[in-house]
Ligand binder design. Structure first.
Ligand code: F3S
Length: 409
């Protein structure tokens, strides 16, 4: 890979040993993917934050860079950690876990990373422009940045996103090149899509169908037949697809790059009707009693919090049932500012920040199984390397009906 004079100097330590190590990593990645050069990034979003997923190794690698004096060169936000920093006791998280989680966050802060701890940084101002080069990690955030905003990012991992943040550069390959952003699968949607959960099911179904394809940068579906929808619904679609390795999608009439790539002739054609989604919902439906309903994968936006509020108004949790909503601190503050938090608290709903349904260690005796409105969460909560907890799917309206009862007048 050709390096500029500034990059050569960085490799030799002009910006300290932390930046030198970070650049060396990017050069290795670039060589692997036959990139010709490094290109500047405008922002980064870093994942790999929870002590649950990273363990002591995560403390060590973040300390390694922080101790070498590494500092981020571009605005950099951070993915969810394993707990609400202020209310982890309410999540039944042990003090020992909290201590280690704080160490990881301190290391990121020492490097200048904004410890926002959310996978939806675009909900609080971290919004990339169409065509802008960024280095984002976390599959749903990557898919949203590429698809909804038309920004250009590869699916970075924890280390490559941090290295890009520190150096302000990323190797030019994959989704940074226009020829790799062309749709290779057309998906005609005839199923009605009403709430966010329908979009999540659609993404999960299509992701399964496209999983066996062998495109170099994954399947890139072009959806047709999706009518007017809200950003959080596209977020749900992208998150479910991303859990199957899709990191860029186009939607006719909605996403910004359709005008460039909408005329492509993809080699794969799919059609998704109501039967496919109904069958998938039945397969993912609860097969055992669940005490906990979780919302917030990806982290809930203000609009989604308001939806929850509308559904629980006039109801209270049934005995032995709990509901948690994971969101970012700014979205929580917004909900607080218009009085939604009071209503949610009155109904018994817990709002947790800084974390997410998958990277938090559930208390196994209290929560032997959980239910959620996110197909992505269903798959990840069950993963042995994560919570290893049985998880099931229910749309918000059905979940609320199962967990709540009417308040008697
Ligand atoms: Fe976000 Fe956690 Fe889901 S990072 S997309 S809430 S797995």
């Amino acid at each position: 890979m050709k390096l500029s004079d500034v990059e050569r100097a960085m490799l030799e330590g002009s910006r300290g040993q932390g930046a030198a190590k970070a650049l060396a990593l990017l050069v290795d990645i670039g060589d692997f993917f036959a990139a010709e050069r490094l290109i500047p990034v405008q922002s980064a979003h870093v994942s790999g934050v929870s002590y649950l997923t990273g363990g002591d190794g995560l403390i060590e690698h973040t300390a390694f860079f922080a101790d070498l004096g590494a500092r981020v060169a571009v605005p950099t936000t951070l993915n969810p950690c394993g707990m609400d920093r202020e209310r982890y006791e309410a999540m039944h998280i042990a003090e020992d876990f909290a201590v280690k989680q704080r160490l990881i966050l301190e290391n990121f802060a020492r490097m200048g990373v904004l410890t926002t701890c959310s996978c939806t940084p675009y909900d609080f101002g971290h919004i990339p422009r169409k065509g802008e080069t960024v280095a984002w990690a976390e599959s749903s955030a990557v898919c949203f940045a590429n698809s909804y905003f038309g920004a250009h990012t590869n699916k970075e991992d924890a280390l490559s996103a941090l290295a890009a943040a520190i150096t302000g550069r990323t190797p030019e390959y994959g989704f940074h090149l226009p020829e790799n952003r062309v749709p290779n699968a057309r998906v005609r949607v005839t199923a009605p899509l009403c709430e966010g959960a329908d979009f999540s099911l659609l993404g999960d179904h299509v992701g399964h169908q496209l999983k066996q394809t062998s495109f170099p940068f994954g399947a890139i579906p072009l959806f047709e037949g999706i009518g007017a929808c809200r950003p959080h619904q596209i977020k749900a679609l992208g998150a479910a697809l991303a859990s199957h390795g899709v990191h860029l999608l186009h939607i006719a009439g909605i996403t910004p790059e359709v005008e460039v790539y909408g005329g492509a002739q993809p080699e794969i054609e799919l059609e998704v009707g109501p039967v496919e989604l109904t069958q998938l919902a039945e397969r993912l439906a609860p097969k055992q009693e669940c005490a906990l309903y979780v919302v917030g994968c990806p982290n809930a936006s203000f609009e989604e919090i308001a939806e929850v509020c509308d559904c629980v108004r006039g109801r209270k949790l049934k005995p032995g049932k709990e509901m948690w909503v994971f969101t970012s601190r700014p979205q929580r503050a917004l909900a607080q500012s218009v009085g939604l938090m009071d209503e949610l608290t009155a109904a018994g709903v817990e709002i947790f920040c800084d974390s997410c349904p998958e990277v938090t260690p559930y208390h196994r005796e209290r929560y032997p199984a959980v239910v959620t409105n996110s197909a992505k969460a269903v798959h990840y909560i069950q993963a042995p390397g994560l919570s290893n907890t049985p998880a099931y799917f229910m749309p918000l309206s059905e979940g609320i009906a199962a967990m709540f009862e009417e308040v008697e007048a």
